[in-house]
Design a protein around this ligand. Structure first.
Ligand code: CUA
Length: 247
């Protein structure tokens, strides 16, 4: 008898909980975050306007920004946000909404947000993801006159993207571990001992030479098997500037 009362009480609580969740979904438009297993992780951010005030957003978190960085829509819009990461785990929060999802490597997470009120919604990263974590931010503009999406002007790639684009990170780690090549961490202005026993300081000139003619100064303990990297001078400089930040 006693057990039955306990069981019924437990059941009532469970049903009440389910009811509360159902009600909050219906009344307050609170979305339930979901991890999708049937959507492949993507690396390209985009906004698809499916209908007036209905958007599908492919949102990419990467060190250290969100893509697309800048999204506009009119008040009252509903956005289905699919979230992926291009590198490490990020925590993505849209301030002023209850959107708060992890961007996990290899997975796509989903949640729906309704932007009822006009305003600029800041998107921040709330999971430590490296040196510029604190700078990682995006913005969602909710305004009556939704501006046309910003023109995809020549995407200016930053250092983190460039070392990925040129495949540097296949052999050079960013975290201090030695792989096929020396790590990038702490490389800039460090003293390098070369295969021939001489030493050199890893300044701009050394790094430029090592990118263009990697065989000239090979660091002791590593094979001279890096290909010469041909790249525009601007990219080369951006990579060197990025190395300076990897302390
Ligand atoms: Cu991304 Cu912290």
């Amino acid at each position: 008898m006693f057990e039955r009362r306990i069981a019924i009480t437990a059941l009532v609580f469970v049903l009440a909980l389910v009811g509360v969740i159902g009600l909050s979904v219906k009344l307050f438009g609170i979305g339930l975050p979901t991890c999708l297993t049937d959507v492949r992780p993507f690396r390209e951010g985009k906004v698809i306007e499916q209908a007036p005030k209905r958007y599908e957003i492919h949102y990419v978190a990467r060190m250290w920004k969100f893509e697309p960085p800048d999204i506009s829509m009119v008040p009252g819009s509903t956005a289905d946000i699919y979230l992926s990461t291009a590198d490490v785990t990020h925590g993505v929060q849209i301030v002023g909404t209850n959107f708060n999802l992890m961007a996990v490597p290899g997975a796509v997470n989903y949640s729906r947000v309704k932007f009822t009120k006009a305003g600029d919604y800041l998107v921040v990263c709330n999971e430590y993801c490296g040196a510029a974590h604190h700078n990682m931010a995006g913005i969602i503009h909710v305004t009556e006159k939704a501006a046309a999406p910003p023109p995809p002007a020549q995407p200016v790639l930053g250092g983190p993207e460039l070392v990925e684009k040129y495949g540097c990170t296949a052999c050079h780690s960013l975290d201090g571990t030695a792989q096929i090549g020396p790590t990038f961490k702490g490389l800039y202005e460090s003293k390098r001992v070369l295969a021939n026993g001489s030493t050199v300081i890893a300044d701009d000139d050394y790094l430029r030479e090592s990118i263009e003619k990697p065989d000239v100064k090979v660091v002791k303990g590593f094979e001279a098997n890096m290909p010469s990297m041909a790249m525009p001078p601007a990219d080369e400089q951006a990579i060197i500037n990025y190395l300076k930040t990897l302390k």
